[in-house]
Design a protein around this ligand. Sequence first.
Ligand code: GLU
Length: 466
Amino acid sequence: MVRTRFAPSPTGYLHLGGARTALFSWAFARHHQGIFILRVEDTDLERSTPENTQVILDAMKWLNLDYDEGPFYQMQRMDRYREVIGQMLEAGTAYYCYASREELDAMREQQQARGEKPRYDRRWRDSQATPPAGVSPVVRFKNPLDGAVVIDDLVKGRIVVNNSELDDLIIARSDGTPTYNFCVVVDDWDMQITHVIRGDDHINNTPRQINILRALGAPLPQYAHLSMILGPDGEKLSKRHGSVSVLDYEEAGFLPEAMLNYLARLGWAKGDEELFDMQQFINMFDLAGVSKSAARFDPEKLAWVSAHHLKQADLQRLAELVKPFMLRDGCDPAPMSGQAPDLPAVIELLRERVKTIEELADAAVYFYRPLEPDAALLAQHVPAGILPVMAEMLAAFEALEWTREAIHDAMKSTVAAHGLKLPKVAMPLRILITGESQTPSVDAVLALIGKEEVLRRLGGQLARLV
Ligand code: GLU
């Protein structure tokens, strides 16, 4: 049974790289009908906050990355880590080290003076000396002295690290608290993780973690280290490149499925597949398709993927999502009185031309509230000569049974009567009624705005202009 985990440290928002790691771990578990676990690595007390933890949980929820077990919190597992440290001391796979800061500093200086790489010289590893009084020792892991750790990373391929490169890692500080690498090991063991899928910034930890797992007699998981996500300029992705927090994209009006689709393709590929839903992704996902090299974040591609998913999404759902964006702009799509245009129908008309829910909200405003056309637009498209034709249109509209077809026919006959081309009439109508020069087909727009409101707006504008 495949068991994977996502193990964020709540030291900041959940950034795009973290979300992609979560997505790949989740998809791998789902593809193999396995178990996906959420584990919050909150042992860095200075930088971990409940707010950051909440942001991670919120982001997982928004993205629909559901977990089968957890969230587990490392701070709630301290007794277990201490227990394992006790067992290792007893088994002789770990030992107390009483070296003081001053001694270690002196040791390092001497090593450097000899041109050696500074590292703990294992002075307490097999020492029979009497421990100095009044010193609280740290606990160090007895790393094997020779041989090598061979990692067949499922993304990066074979990595070999000689044990002579690794020193005896501190697994418990002098106050007894376990260190980061140790907690990860105990957790991966206890949670029976079969596949550790994580960022390649952890690749240096892997040989140390493997050695500790071996010393514990624990089965080894397989490892898959994911390459970084770079900004469009090839530099490490950071705030300079815009939003890096996943939830900022919710704020900006991206659908979660669009975000996931885009993240899925950041450093993973299967043939030419670009646009897919999560079930399709789960079916396709494999670690063989994960790229060894860093991926580049491309906001334009994200917008393209987003536009695609907006066209696929359920209209009622989009209506619910777009409402808060409209209200934020001071536009109420469901006023208490009066006949308001049907929001799902408005969305259906507009969604061909937008990339985010925010753009959808902006585009929908004129359906609910007239916008004042600006003078330049009026000057360009609404010459005085067309105003009598507009007045005729108003009269024709008054008599209409209000359907898109009827509106279209009324425009056509007016156009024919004056020997004009359709745009000569459609454009001024559009501008006078919506205040915009770019809208979907004007007959469809007017049909949705409603007869009463169209008459009111057009009449008002003509009264002003004539
Ligand atoms: N907590 C680590 C991080 O947020 C991940 C550790 C791991 O996946 O092993 O980078």
